[in-house]
Design a protein around this ligand. Structure first.
Ligand code: FMN
Length: 204
């Protein structure tokens, strides 16, 4: 009789252990699935990367941020074509700066309501942000958002573009930006992005 009781106690304990294992594995699978949701970036909430890139350097950084954070990505594009020749293109960019132009976007960025963190990336053009970045900032409400800038350039770095971005996105909290030189080795970008995001507490 006592043997029978011992056996049934053993079976009950074994069953309880099996249930515990099954539930804890299911729980950790659910947590993994949650971390992989596009646009969802852990503690930083749902995040979006907005960038402009003509020659691909800024795009490479944007793609790396996407890989680390799982953010959604939106590439800004001009509604109207620019001159194909570098010199004409460069002259037009400079003329736009002189008159404070706001070049039209082909399409506005996604609705920001559900995004908590917005990465904004641009190449430096003539010591400033491309004017379309101002167009985009002024056409949308970034108040209450965490804005994380990144830029690429030949070497001048951000200059005062972060202050300008802050002024054009009132009410946003603007964090430390990442600058990557256009001649940086491609294999140095993942490490630079990962370190930067880790320091900001935004890595995955
Ligand atoms: C019209 C124009 C103006 C530029 N002005 C600057 C500048 O003021 N300072 C700088 O360091 N690099 C300047 N550059 C270099 C770009 O910022 C750099 O090559 C950048 O990485 C290009 O980004 P993208 O490949 O994403 O288009 C300029 C490039 C262009 C096309």
């Amino acid at each position: 009789m006592s043997n029978l009781r011992n056996l049934s106690q053993f079976v009950m304990t074994a069953l309880a252990l099996v249930f515990l294992c099954v539930f804890s594995v299911a729980g950790s699978r659910a947590a993994q699935a949650q971390a992989a949701v596009p646009g969802q970036s852990g503690a930083a909430g749902k995040s979006l990367v907005i960038y402009l890139s003509k020659y691909g350097h800024t795009r490479a950084v944007a793609q790396e941020i996407q890989k680390v954070t799982g953010a959604d990505v939106f590439e800004l594009q001009f509604r109207d074509a620019y001159p194909g020749l570098y010199r004409d293109f460069s002259d037009q960019v400079r003329a736009e700066q002189r008159i404070g132009a706001r070049p039209a976007m082909r399409e506005n960025i996604p609705d920001l309501t559900d995004y908590r963190t917005v990465y904004i990336g641009y190449p430096v053009w003539w010591y400033d942000m491309p004017m379309i970045i101002y167009t985009m900032l002024e056409a949308n409400d970034f108040s209450g958002k965490t804005v994380v800038p990144f830029c690429t350039s030949g070497g001048s770095g951000f200059l005062n573009t972060i202050d300008k971005l802050r002024a054009a996105a009132p009410g946003a909290t603007v964090l430390n930006g990442l600058h990557v030189r256009d001649n940086a080795r491609a294999d140095s970008v993942p490490g630079a992005v990962a370190d930067w995001l880790k320091n900001l507490g935004l890595a995955g």
